[in-house]
Design a protein around this ligand. Structure first.
Ligand SMILES: C[S@@+](CC[C@H](N)C(=O)[O-])C[C@H]1O[C@@H](n2cnc3c(N)ncnc32)[C@H](O)[C@@H]1O
Length: 220
């Protein structure tokens, strides 16, 4: 990732995706049936065991990338156990904070969130706070179902509950997420913000490039 030259999102959409509401309604009606990968189940069981041993409330840092935000959130919330999750082993292995951090109330897990979130709902291992920071935007209209609110797993994000915070440099992504929440009978508030200190590499890069940043908050 090069620094301070990040491009703003380019999309062929002019507003909220024209089929978003029907896509969300379909996913709310029909449970996501894709079989859970055995590796996801194994990873989940290990996390579940650790969480039940610790007995602390949990925070999910979904799509944590290299996990810098996971360490930062662990520092901010010493009474919680923070679980940073990403499907990219390559990114997770780049976490340099491991050696430097002075907190131990976190873990990083390589997993596919399409599986992990469903497993967590099923086991009722629910986060008090859920962060999804700078998810892949998938700005092309035809890729709307790759965005989390257009994905079949969206109902599980809602069922996880807790205080959800998403951040993005693409306001429309969060506006669409808020529309999807509304379809599910929930409410999300989107606003522009300026972080005092960036807590993820993507946030740092967008900030250095002078891009506007947005957050969505929802009490689920
Ligand atoms: C744009 S990066 C943001 C990373 C980090 N939050 C940051 O701000 O620096 C999006 C991340 O989402 C992860 N991701 C995308 N789909 C995923 C999935 N199905 N399960 C787990 N991680 C996923 C990618 O591997 C990538 O690291």
């Amino acid at each position: 990732m090069s620094f301070a030259n990040s491009h703003e999102i380019i999309t062929n959409q002019t507003g909220v995706h024209e089929h978003l509401v029907e896509i969300v309604e379909k996913h709310l009606k029909h449970p996501f049936q894709k079989p859970i990968h055995p590796r996801s189940l194994e990873g989940f069981k290990a996390v579940e065991q650790q969480v039940s041993q610790l007995g602390k409330p949990v925070i999910f840092d979904s799509c944590c990338g290299v996990g810098d935000s996971t360490v930062n959130l662990a520092k901010l919330h010493p009474e919680h156990f923070v679980i940073g999750m990403d499907k990219s082993g390559h990114r997770l292995n780049k976490n340099e904070c491991y050696e430097q951090h002075d907190v131990d109330n976190f873990m990083l897990l390589r997993t596919d969130l399409n599986d992990f979130w469903r497993l967590a709902v099923e086991a009722q291992m629910l986060p008090e706070k859920h962060y999804i920071l700078y998810p892949n935007p998938w700005p092309k209209s035809k890729h709307v179902q790759r965005r989390w609110h257009g994905a079949a797993v969206f109902p599980s994000i809602i069922a996880l509950g807790g205080e959800l915070e998403m951040r993005s440099n693409w306001q429309l992504y969060l506006q669409e997420f808020a529309v999807a929440l509304e379809v599910a009978g929930k409410q999300g508030v989107v606003e522009q913000f300026e972080p005092e200190q960036a807590i993820t590499p993507f946030e740092r890069k967008y900030q250095a490039s002078g891009q506007a940043l947005f957050k969505l908050k929802a009490a689920l």
